[in-house]
Design a protein around this ligand. Sequence first.
Ligand code: FRU
Length: 508
Amino acid sequence: MKKSIIIPLLFCAILTSGLNAQDLREKYRPEFHFSPKANWMNDPNGMVYHNGIFHLFFQYYPNDKIWGPMHWGHATSKDMVSWDEQPIALYPDSLGYIFSGSAVADVHNTSGFGKDGKFPLVAIFTHHNPVLEKLETGKHEYQSLAYSLDDGKTWTKYSGNPVLQNPGISDFRDPKVSWFEPQKKWIMTLATKDRVTFYSSPDLKSWVRESDFGVDAGAHGGVWECPDLFPIQHNGKQVWVLIVNINPGGPNQGSAGQYFLGDFDGKTFKPYSKETKWLDFGTDNYASVTFSNTGSRMLMMGWMSNWQYANLVPTHPWRSACTIARELGLKTVGKEIYLTSTPVKELDVLRSTGFNEQNVKVQGQLDLTEKTKNSTGLFRLELETKNTADFSIVLANNEGNELVVGYDKATNQYYIDRSKSGKIDFEKGFGQKHTAPRLSKDPTMDLTLIADAASVELFADGGLTPMTDIFFPDSKMSKLYIKSISGTTLKKLGYSVLQPETKSAQGK
Ligand code: FRU
């Protein structure tokens, strides 16, 4: 068919289906998750809180919707909910593409980049050199610096780059740097293929190798990437958390984040156990790391996609979003300590109409569609029940798509089933059911479910079991059911429509 005929036909089709061109293009645009206006994004980078502003940098390819020569895109927010995209912060240069890394507020001006009493923000990132990569020397990734003296607006690359040369390790990347107060030095946690390597520095410019961790610990179904190391106080004790993202090899295949708990003395990480614990059991929370400079609050965001299909998802004109920001904590269950992830309290600004009820009986199917009157499909559902029966929460639409989030008593597992959730055939493994163990031993279970246009984030048992999954329904998921064949009583049922301010709706 000729282009001149196709275009009017397309317009007719759009008009008759009641959609305008904008709706069609932006169908899966998240409303309260950060996504770039256009083109490719992956890992969040350089997340730092400074002067009342949260900075999010991210792996960005501004010329296409698929992965390419990496830049650092930039977005800012006052509350981690409403994000404003800013001009690109770092462009590739003669040393290579700008891969993942972190940013710190160098408040003591240890780097000497500060000027006229103003301390610098310093970004520590991997330069990935595609020319050297072709030569297969194994030395194509090394660490470099850039700094900003105008609160993150513009960045200058350090003339002495790189600051950490590659000793011959083909995957040598994603530096996460933090200040180690007891010894007044910087610690860099670096992913080095099948382990992490810790380096230290007085000034961010000269680095000394301290130790390695992980070759004989945790999951090794893929390469180790994007690590993070930070302490959390737990029952009067300091527990160090080491996050290591891994691709592939996640609990439900593909990319995922694992973590270890232990002690760190400025040199060595000593784990309580070498067993992997998972940061999120869904398939769409990767490269999750924390913001720096947030005091004792540990705030984490991840890339809401998976390398299995990130380049194929049916969004246009952009690809990928970040998860909501989550606050991390620790919880003891029996003899084990686990990390908990819960939605940051700042998200409450989104709550609009809703209801709270108690002792709601569910026998068969409870149709909440009328009551929720939610044309957008954006909501937060909170419920509490006993772990005595199977139940599920079903998001649905007029097209017959269903996204099912539930609990299976026989296996004591939570799950998200996206096998009938709409568009699934762009990748063979996408339309699957993902499962997660229930870690809590408490007979009462609580669930928080946060739904945006194309994602659900489940936080079960106070965040002990988080699951993040994306999905692509044929129209908005404006219907909601809770089902339990054997019957259950919801001790509490809370529901809020989530309504972003117009300004916060990304890409508008
Ligand atoms: C993780 C990752 C990082 C790397 C970046 C490249 O998703 O592979 O290890 O720095 O993406 O874009």
